[in-house]
Design a protein around this ligand. Sequence first.
Ligand code: CS2
Length: 477
Amino acid sequence: MTRLCAATLVQARAVLPAYDRAGVTPGIVHLGLGNFHRAHQAVYTDDSLAADPGWGIRGVSLRSAATTDALREQDGLYTLGVQDAAGLRTRVIGAVVAAISASNGMGPVLDALCDPATRVVTMTLTEKGYCRDGAGDLDVEHPDIRADRAAPGTPISAPGLLSLALRLRRDAGVAPFTVLSCDNLPMNGETTARIVTQMAALTDRRLAAWITANVAFPSCMVDRIVPATTEADRAAIAAATGMRDAMPVMTEPFSQWVIEDVFPTGRPLWPGAQMVGDVAPFETMKLRMLNGAHTTLACLGQLLGLETVADAMGDAGVARLVGRVMDQAAGTLDMPGVDLSAYAVALQARFRNPALRHATAQIATDTSQKIPQRLLAPIRAAREQGRPWDALAVGVAAWVALTRNLPAGDPLADTLAQIARTHPEPAQHAGAVLNLSQIFGELTQADWFRGPVSAAAIRIATDGAGAVLQGSSAPRC
Ligand code: CS2
């Protein structure tokens, strides 16, 4: 079967780029060339290129070369498969004009970042890529940050790379780029600004001040469900398009991007994105209602042996709890004019999408990094407002129970494995996990929180996750 690439593009049975790719020039560098970026920001950018071809994306993989190697063989082209009960729609995305891996050295990455044509740097690093400590500041003891402090000219962390690129641009008299974090972090713009300036300050205080004065870090809320691609997905794309594509991405019809419109160096049109003055309410809504429910459902799904989100939603007890998580999260929000019940109904329909095989194991990855913004923040808010939070507590308890057998990969995996080894008894285990201040902060000392969460975790460990899914046996808060 013919491989998708520039020369064969016209043969693909799919919607093709609506612009002449030869005329596209790079304007964006994206750090973290994973599936999410390719199904989200790259699609909005693809929609912009007919009107303004100056915003091609140079995509960077910071860790592995597998994605960039495969994309280079396809001249950056890949198929987007949009799936729901109605079937599969395919479209070839042409916005990625170069694919660069950092695994063979940062030179080419720095060249792209320092190119004056690069006016916007977007990133999807996942939560752990920001190297934050429990308070949300740069973790100066993080192994990557320690390495970058010792050798700032050859960074391996994203904060180190951005801080060096901004220094090189300042020294060369080139205007800085705008930095747009597209990760599921609260105040992702502010968070990125903080870690990058703190990184700069470790070696050059004047650079930190220059960044604060000159670099824009808008926040944004991103939303689209994008499962990891499977062999079956590749086969389905090949059957639909008639082309072999090593790098297709499957997703849902829904897509949302809410962006704080602060781009002193310009930006693509990004049709369909919502440009706003303050992203925070959208971000909080999505983190608590969608991602909080996702994390709860993923941990329960893992405990119950339910492989995908749709499978988990097919379990009446899990589905009921997911609805209650969304209700309780919604109760903590202040969103005048937004119908949060309708939002919850729409989210549950998206979770039930029978065509998407979104693995609960995928969402359960790195949960230690996700729990604070997704579940602890709404628990704190609900408690302050005197609202119920027992369903939110089940999500935390499910994770605590899950860490008794956590697969490797979580940044806290070693610590959690040691706790599981040294505290085999469920009550002691829950107590020791809830002592982790880098996750739970002041909640480590709060009996009102520890009591119900450890009761539910003990129940799960002794009687199984099904035991906390009956409404009456959920912890009383
Ligand atoms: C998920 C998100 O993997 C996860 O943690 O909760 O990737 C989720 O699918 C997206 O945020 C949806 O926009």
